[in-house]
Design a protein around this ligand. Structure first.
Ligand SMILES: Cc1cc2nc3c(=O)[nH]c(=O)nc-3n(C[C@H](O)[C@H](O)[C@H](O)COP(=O)(O)O)c2cc1C
Length: 344
């Protein structure tokens, strides 16, 4: 409730004026990873990137767990709430809530291949039902003023031709979606598990490029397998945005020049690991003083330091100290000081 009040009436800011829009570089939605703590970390790394939540199932929101499911820090903005569902009414309700809570946009998940999600008849299996997705998008668009975007695959199972992809996008665009984040691999809903569905089907960037070329009026973001800033830059000559998932989680500091290099914000220096850590401390203080434990925050921070001598020792020490039930943010202070002493 506290956060709802804090967010009431907040106007949406998608990106700083005169800079490219936030979706030029985004951190992909990832269940169990892109929680509010990781987003606070990534916000220290880039001031301008668009950050996605984990998928929130519209039905779960309907059943009243809004505080736990929607809470975020204002510092995390610009932020997109990703929703899962196939019921236009429930999704409309969720989109309206997203607006009330101060999210900048709402994204519908049409890419998740997990059996549980498929059983709920949403996620990637919705690619076979473009008109249903269109009805969901239209209902969400009517319920709020936020941009409604869709994240999807290039195809599913045997429905994987370019013409089917184009048909899907056209039908959904006609319902009011102007931005598509495309994971450039198909999903096999039978036979592969979710992890395999992120590695086994080949990446086909050329289909995403063709989509942008043939539908220049739509905003197209490319997702899947992007590992470096150089890679982002290459893709940005063909599409409007790049979305990075696993490489952002595993190597957060590797993206510390996104603001300068992709957004053209030269007022920003590349942050160091210690600066990221210090930037997270105010959030950790608020979190712990309202009864939260330190570990859900610290578990993400251990990825900040890699490839330097002593990294392993630092990570182990932070993990050990931060996982104590009674751990407080001073553990992070100490860890930051150790990094500062080494100029990291
Ligand atoms: C652990 C994990 C959880 C994920 N959860 C979601 C999710 O909740 N919603 C979604 O649209 N995609 C989800 N994805 C897929 C990613 O958003 C992204 O599309 C995929 O990892 C490919 O991008 P990458 O190669 O940059 O990681 C998840 C991926 C991973 C690795």
């Amino acid at each position: 409730m506290r956060i709802w009040l804090q967010h009431g009436g907040v106007t949406c800011t998608s990106a700083s004026p005169n800079l490219p829009p936030a979706h030029r570089f985004s951190v992909a939605p990832m269940m169990d990873y892109t929680d509010r703590h990781f987003r606070v970390l990534m916000r220290q790394v880039s001031r301008h990137a668009l950050l996605y939540t984990e998928m929130v199932v519209a039905q779960a929101l309907h059943h009243g767990r809004a505080d736990a499911l929607l809470g975020f820090d204002l510092d995390e903005k610009p932020i997109a709430l990703q929703l899962g569902g196939d019921d236009p009414q429930l999704l409309a309700e969720a989109a309206e809530l997203a607006q009330r809570w101060g999210y900048d946009e709402v994204n519908l998940n049409v890419g998740c291949p997990s059996p549980k999600v498929k059983q709920g008849r949403f996620g990637a299996c919705l690619m076979a039902q473009p008109h249903r997705v269109a009805a969901c998008v239209a209902a969400m668009g009517e319920a709020c003023r936020l941009p409604i975007t869709v994240k999807h695959r290039i195809g599913i199972d045997d429905q994987d031709s370019y013409s089917e992809l184009l048909h899907f996008v056209d039908v959904v665009a006609a319902a009011g979606c102007q931005r598509f984040a495309v994971h450039a691999r198909k999903a096999w809903l039978e036979g592969l598990d979710p992890k395999q569905n992120r590695t086994v089907p080949p990446l086909r960037y050329e289909l995403v490029h063709a989509l942008k070329q043939e539908r220049p009026q739509l905003t197209v973001e490319l997702n899947g397998g992007i590992e470096t800033l150089e890679h982002c830059r290459e893709q940005l000559s063909r599409v409007d945005g790049v979305m990075v998932g696993r490489a952002a989680y595993a190597h957060p500091l590797q993206w510390n020049q996104v603001d300068q290099q992709l957004f053209g914000d030269h007022s920003r220096n590349a942050v160091k690991a210690s600066e990221v850590l210090r930037g997270v401390i105010p959030h950790a203080e608020r979190w712990c003083s309202s009864g939260g434990r330190l570990w859900p925050i610290a578990r993400h921070l251990v990825h900040l330091v890699e490839g330097v001598s002593g990294a392993r020792y630092w990570r182990r020490q932070l993990s050990r100290e931060a996982s104590e039930r009674s751990a407080r943010p001073d553990v992070l202070e100490r860890a930051a000081r150790q990094l500062e002493e080494r100029g990291l």
